[in-house]
Every structure is written in C-alpha cells, then in structure tokens.
Design a protein around this ligand. Structure first.
Ligand SMILES: *Cc1c(COP(=O)(O)O)cnc(C)c1O
Length: 489
C-alpha cells in the first residue's frame, strides 16, 4: 500500500548498505550500542507515534550527521573563524543559512544554535544587546554585552532586572523558555503572561494588547508548543509596535508549516517578527537543533551567539540542516505540510464525533489537544492507558488545568510523524477511533479513601491488546523508511 502523501524519497538499497556497514563498524567496538541503534529503529517502526514535537528525519539528513565534521572546531561565523581550516565548515554553514533564508524568505539566518532553547537564549541576548541602552557602558566605550567588565555586569544585572517579557501562559500552550522560572529566561526577565479566552479557548488579542499596555515588555513573545490554532502575527506585531516591544516568535513547533507555506500572510511569522527562533527537528523534519531568523538590525547581535551563549558550533548538524532545508524547499514538502494539517483536522473531527472533548473545538495546525476530564481521567492516566494500547502521546495541561502541570487533564496529539509515514484521512480517522475506545475503556482506580486516583487506572479486558493489534495493522500499511533493511547479511 502507498499513501497519498509523499514521504522521504531515498534509494533503499544504498541506505541499507550504508547503515548495515555502519552498524558493523560500530558493533566491532561496542556491540551493545550497535544493537541499541538497531532496536531503536525497530521500536520507532512499531510505534504509533503521535507526539506532536517528534518526526522522522530522512536517511540523507541522518547520514549527514555521522562523519568527521563532528571533529571540527569552528567558533566564529562564516569567513571569520577563530580556528584554522574551516573552509568546509564555511561551505555547509553558508549553505544551511542560504537555504534557510530562501525557505523562509528571511533577510538573515543563524544556524548555529544546538537546540531550540539555545536559539531562544541567543535571540534574547541579541535583543538586549540591540535594544537596551546602557549609558554607563557607552561612556566606558563598551559597545556590546560581550565586552562587559565585572562592574559592567553589575550594572547590566540591575538593568536586566527592569527588563520584561510577555509570553503565552504555560497552561494555554506557551513554553518554559518564554520567561518562566525554571528557565534562564525567567531569571533574565520579569515575566507576565497572556492566556486564552476561557469560553472559546482561543487567543484573545484584545486581552494581549491590554496586558502589553500595562506591562510594557521589552520582548513580546509569540509561539507555543500546545496551542492548536494559528496565531495572527501581524496583529502581534501591531501590539508590539504600540508598546515599543520587540516581537520574538518561537516557531519551534510549527516551523514545518511555515516552510510548507500552510501558514502564510498574517500567519507567517517571518515578515512580521523582529526575530524568529525555531528548532529544526519537529514539524520541519530536520536534524536535532535550532536556528534564528532576524531582521537586519538584529543580525550582528545574533551572530555573537557563539561564544556569548553557545559553545563551538556543531558542523555535522549544520550540514544536516542544509540538507533538511534543501528538502523542505522541494514542492513535496509543501504537500507534506498541508497533509499534516489536513490530518490533524480529520483527527480532531474523528475524536469530537466520538464524544472526546477537543480544546478550542478543533485545530488549525499540526496538533490536537484533548481534555480527558469528561472520562473521569487525568492526562497522566490517559497517557499511560494509551501507551498500554500501543499509542504514544503525551499528557499536557489544558487552560486553567485543575490538575496542574504534573497530572494534567489533557493529552496532546500531533500528526507530523505519522504523516511522514504516509498516513492520510482514513488512517487518522481510525486512529481517532482507537483513541476514543481506549479513553472510554479506562477507569480510574479508587484509592483506599474512596477517591479516584490521579495516576492509577484499569483498562477494560482485552482492550489494550486489541488496540495494539489494530495499531500494528495500520503501521504495517505504511512502513517507516520503506525498504530500509539494517539487519546483518
Ligand atoms: C521544543 C520547544 C523548544 C525547545 O527546543 P529544544 O530543542 O528541546 O531545546 C523551545 N520552544 C518551543 C516553543 C518548543 O516547542
């Protein structure tokens, strides 16, 4: 069976030979690692992966990471390195940045961040360097945060204490790196958040505007990891301009939908934000890593990411970003991105019609957020019960979640990974049926005090096995990396 959605195209015989040989070379040193790599492929092939932040990179992207580029130090920027012999790193970093600029229509791209968090920290320091006036430092002839003396740092810390970040609240789908306490962003900035309208679950731009007027942030953050709707970035920019804030959009989750032009016009962050940060490994389907896009006024400050907050760049990963961005510039990727969203809509409808509460009533992106409290379950119970039945999701808070961030009342489901396998509308409707069956067949265990447990549950007899078998049948129709055989000859 072949899906209607184009998946990776690669030569299965060549890729099989490459991996078989690689595993033999690795196995000669530590066979348990070679075995674990093989086992991971088998596990990924056998799992109904609905984790919204995960995907499957192509064999070309994966192979690009396993080579001698990993051994090269290349601090600095293209053509301006603090190490000798960086001509080939210059080539791949230059290509990755060039592809990123073309893919997103951005004037400037910085592809060194090692992860999404790193991309955010680079962006935040760039905004501080560019936007915060430090008169005493200027007098001392210091132009840049990288040139601060110890006394300057004291001044800066005081100055930072007055800087503010306004971001989406965690239970509305925001991210820890948008000014929350457990992350460095929460220590660099005084934070306040905006949420969603309690009656619709949708972002209320008037409330964001009112909060921004009161709070006067240096940085207005937009972006999310668990909000199932588009965000109007043109409106967010208007709000930022009105209060003199810098708009930073973190598109870590939905970069693939921007690359595939599903999010365009007001919903494309790139023309509206001052700075855009992202991961490369979620819906964008590239290697694990991050990157920053910026308007020209921020480019010099962003270029200082290494050594300001990053260690030496990872040339093997930058090379893989170049390959992934080149893939994403192909028309097939736009078809993939559209299918990701179409599939999410099918999934949301399939769940809603089977009595599952879908937060905001639907989706406009790659994810669906379920409120499982109508089944008497916590997110944790639902996540575990689904896993018992072979369905991999993750629990997630819903807006104003009464069960907090640990147990939660929600489950987040994403379509990027299974869409890469080729799943279409029929398969996602079946997935909705399986999920609804498991939720309906799960009962919380009662504690000794007679209260329903928040963690323990029982599944109806035979349900887990039946569901896992049905999931296995679906997966068998859409093999991951078709034709790739890494077993020894
Ligand atoms: C995943 C995510 C990140 C962090 O990415 P890492 O690569 O795990 O550091 C940052 N911001 C948002 C919105 C995310 O969803």
């Amino acid at each position: 069976m072949t899906g209607s959605v184009p998946t990776h195209s690669f030569d299965a015989a060549l890729a099989s030979a490459a991996y078989r040989n690689a595993l033999q070379v690795i196995g000669a040193v530590e066979p348990r690692v070679a075995d674990a790599i093989g086992a991971e492929l088998a596990d990924q092939r056998a799992s109904l992966k609905l984790i919204a932040s995960e995907n499957y990179a192509s064999p070309a992207v994966l192979l690009t990471m396993g080579n001698w580029f990993s051994d090269k130090y290349a601090e600095g920027t293209v053509g301006h390195r603090f190490y000798a012999g960086c001509q080939n790193v210059d080539t791949v970093e230059g290509l990755a940045a060039e592809h990123a600029r073309a893919l997103f229509g951005a004037p400037y791209a910085y592809v060194q961040p090692h992860s999404g968090i790193d991309a955010n920290v680079v962006a935040f320091w760039a905004v501080l360097a560019q936007r915060v006036e430090l008169p005493s430092l200027e007098k001392a002839g210091v132009r840049h945060v990288n040139e601060l003396t110890d006394d300057d740092w004291t001044t800066l810390r005081r100055a930072l204490g007055d800087q503010r970040m306004l971001g989406m609240s965690l239970d509305a789908g925001g991210h820890l790196t948008h000014g929350f306490r457990p992350n460095i962003s929460g220590k660099m900035f005084e934070q306040s958040s905006y949420g969603t309208d309690p009656s619709t679950g949708l972002l209320d731009y008037d409330a964001v505007r009112a909060r921004a007027r009161e709070f006067r942030p240096l940085i207005l953050m937009a972006g999310y990891s668990a909000y199932p709707r588009r965000v109007n970035f043109a409106t967010m920019r208007e709000i930022a301009d009105e209060v003199g804030a810098t708009l930073v959009v973190d598109m870590a989750h939905f970069a693939g939908l921007v690359a595939g032009k599903v999010f365009s016009g007001d919903f494309d962050p790139v023309p509206h934000a001052h700075v855009v940060t992202s991961t490369s490994h979620k819906s964008l389907r590239g290697p694990r890593g991050g990157f920053v896009l910026a308007q020209p006024e921020f480019s010099d400050a962003v270029d200082r990411g290494c050594p300001m907050v990053l260690g030496g760049p990872l040339p093997h990963v930058m090379a893989a970003k170049a390959v992934a961005f080149a893939e994403a510039r192909q028309p097939a990727f736009a078809e993939y991105a559209q299918a990701v969203v179409d599939n999410a809509v099918t999934l949301a409808e399939g769940l809603a019609k089977r009595g599952v509460t879908v937060v905001t009533g639907g989706t406009e992106n790659h994810l669906v957020l379920l409120d499982v409290s109508s089944f008497g379950l916590t997110g944790r119970q639902a996540e575990s019960a689904l896993l018992d039945a072979g369905i991999v999701t993750n629990r997630n808070a819903v807006p104003s979640d009464p069960n907090g961030a640990w147990y939660t009342s929600g489950v987040r489901i994403g379509t990027p990974a299974l869409t890469t396998r080729g799943f279409g509308a029929d398969e996602f409707d079946r997935v909705a049926e399986l999920i609804a069956d498991v939720l309906g067949g799960t009962t919380p265990t009662t504690t000794s005090a007679g209260e329903p447990s928040k963690a323990k549950y029982t599944l109806a007899d035979g349900l887990a096995g039946r569901t896992a078998a049905a999931a296995g049948e679906l997966l068998a129709g859409y093999p991951l990396y078709p034709g790739l055989d890494v077993s020894g000859q």
